[in-house]
Write a new protein. Structure first.
Length: 363
């Protein structure tokens, strides 16, 4: 295929680095100075990978679309990302309550922050209302040109570079059979890109301001947003605050081409058992643009099950069940059952799989 860019072997690049470096530097500098990104650098090869071997291979929804961009595109993005990180750090534009796509931040740091705050609310005898928001195709729909212009004050060739980078994305599907014909997307973040996650963080800075304006606590990991609000009692005023906050969020998302999956959002009321019994949780109703948000128990937050009393017992039980199933598979696998080797493997598994997972809950 003429549109398929060959991926050079790393050994070739390493051995010829002295010869290639000036050429690559000139190409990158030309792109930055002219504010253009050539189509070949925005051509993604998508390889569909079946999520599980047991799934029906004829259903498209059972595949993960793995996207690969040319190596030169990655080099160009890395240069821009480095400068963009420098600008964000210099002007304190990083959202402190965003744990996704940032150095020294992870799901663990997000969980520690939120869990610690909820435990503090819990220990003071108050109730805590936790809402987990779900976004659909967040990275495919964001209005990034507006974000680059308004939040970062980009203009001229810099803004034109991002406009070129985000427009007319070319992609095609490559499988064992002949590759598909290239398709063009008018506006999108190139799948598998380095800049995409960073630009998404910039785009949602306004969303964070909207949440804080309502006095609601929040924390984000990429597009997973956790809202939580404490109250001595949950009455009409409290639910009205949450309803207005969620309604404003959805309105902003709609204006910025983001889609909130109202039917997949989850909510949990956390507190002492006696407080929950007298709080009248059955009467709590939060409506977002005509859709009612129902309380569920427990809820899965970044891979950890949160329950009503924040005991984490459902999470611990789920972890131990999963661990025992995998350990059983190890024990009854003849190829692995070789005395000392089997014991060593089982010991390493239990230490890494169970202890580390529980560490993220209690530490």
């Amino acid at each position: 295929n003429d549109h398929l860019l060959p991926r050079p072997h790393s050994l070739i690049l390493t051995s010829q680095l002295d010869l290639l470096a000036p050429l690559l530097t000139d190409i990158i500098n030309l792109s930055l100075s002219t504010g253009t990104v050539h189509t070949t650098l925005k051509t993604a090869v998508i390889t569909p990978i079946l999520k599980k071997p047991s799934l029906d291979p004829f259903l498209h929804s059972n595949y993960h679309p793995i996207s690969k961009l040319p190596f030169l595109s990655k080099a160009l993005e890395q240069v821009v990302a480095s400068q963009l990180h420098s600008i964000l750090s210099r002007h304190s534009l990083h959202e402190p309550l965003q744990s996704g796509f940032r150095a020294s931040h992870s799901t663990e740091t997000a969980l520690v922050k939120v869990t610690n705050n909820i435990i503090t609310i819990y220990n003071h005898g108050s109730l805590c209302f936790l809402i987990l928001l779900d976004l659909s195709a967040a990275f495919d729909t964001v209005n990034l040109i507006h974000s680059c212009s308004s939040h970062l004050n980009f203009h001229g060739s810099v803004l034109e570079w991002f406009r070129s980078y985000l427009s007319h994305i070319l992609h095609f599907i490559s499988t064992n059979s002949p590759s598909s014909s290239p398709r063009t997307i008018s506006w999108s973040i190139p799948q598998g890109s380095i800049l995409g996650p960073l630009l998404f963080n910039i785009n949602v800075l306004c969303l964070n301001n909207i949440i804080q304006r309502h006095g609601v606590n929040f924390h984000m990991y990429a597009d997973d947003t956790q809202l939580y609000l404490s109250a001595s009692t949950f009455d009409f005023r409290t639910t009205a605050v949450l309803t207005e906050c969620l309604s404003d969020n959805k309105s902003w998302m709609r204006a910025n081409f983001l889609q909130l999956n109202v039917n997949r959002n989850e909510a949990l009321l956390i507190g002492f058992r006696q407080r929950l019994l007298t709080s009248g949780t059955d009467s709590i109703t939060i409506t977002i643009h005509g859709c009612t948000l129902h309380l569920t128990k427990p809820v899965q937050n970044l891979g950890v099950l949160f329950d009503l009393q924040l005991s984490f017992l459902p999470h611990i039980h789920a972890m131990t069940r999963s661990a025992f199933v995998l350990l059983r598979n190890i024990i009854f696998n003849p190829r692995l059952c070789v005395g000392y080797c089997c014991a060593q493997l089982a010991g390493a598994f239990t230490h890494k799989y169970t202890v580390n997972s529980l560490y993220s809950v209690f530490c």
